[in-house]
Design a protein around this ligand. Structure first.
Ligand code: FMN
Length: 199
């Protein structure tokens, strides 16, 4: 039930209290819980830039349509994916699994991604989507609001955060104390979105 409540209460908040600070302990819990999210082949592609420098936040806001969340939220995380994580010592992702599982999965993983950049990118983005949702729900559970954001110039933000060449930015997540009620919720009815057996 707590998960359902967190999902229902989470909104994409536009205004945050710029003076609120999130304690180091809470920030740690937030990230250490979010990394429990699932990832394809347990590759854990996520790399998070926690933008703390106010000048850097201001620079990002300039290339993010001036959105106030960027500077006013207590935390701003740029969620990035290591697109080549699948080939960086992949054995470590399965180190705690039984040997036969490792022996099966390691060649499979190579076969799945090698020479298939689009597949690797799709997998990384799926994984970042799930990671970000985990982050936002944990934030909710810890008494915080959040906003996922991709309204920004990706190349400009990549430059600001010194994004490595084989990484991609997925989106940003702002976390803090919301100061305004979110706009009324708007969702298509499930009946319009779900197909039984076929489109
Ligand atoms: C990938 C993604 C990017 C988004 N980018 C922005 C953004 O740049 N700025 C913003 O205010 N909201 C952004 N949103 C929030 C959506 O507008 C919001 O989730 C949607 O309108 C539904 O509202 P709710 O999340 O409050 O239910 C984004 C959401 C997602 C999933």
């Amino acid at each position: 039930m707590e998960v359902i409540a967190a999902i229902k209460n989470r909104r994409a908040v536009k205004s945050f209290d710029p003076h609120h600070k999130i304690s180091e302990e809470t920030r740690r819990v937030l990230l250490e819980t979010a990394v429990l999210a699932p990832s394809a082949y347990n590759i854990q592609h996520w790399r998070v830039v926690d933008v703390q420098d106010p000048a850097e936040r201001a620079a990002i806001r300039e290339v993010a349509w001036g959105q106030a969340q960027v500077t006013d939220a207590s935390a701003l995380y740029v969620l990035c994916a290591d697109l080549n994580a699948w080939q960086k010592e992949p054995r470590r992702y399965w180190a705690t699994s039984p040997q036969p599982v490792q022996d099966f999965l390691l060649p499979k993983l190579d076969e799945y991604y090698r020479g298939k950049q689009e597949v690797a990118r799709d997998e990384a983005m799926r994984t970042l989507g799930i990671f970000g949702m985990a982050l936002m729900l944990v934030a909710q559970d810890l008494g915080y609001d959040s906003c996922p954001m991709d309204g920004f110039d990706f190349d400009a933000v990549a430059q600001i955060i010194h994004l490595p060449a084989d990484f991609a930015i997925g989106y940003m997540v702002a976390v803090g104390k919301g100061t305004d009620n979110a706009w009324p919720r708007n969702r298509e009815p499930v009946e319009k979105l779900v197909y039984i057996d076929h489109f």
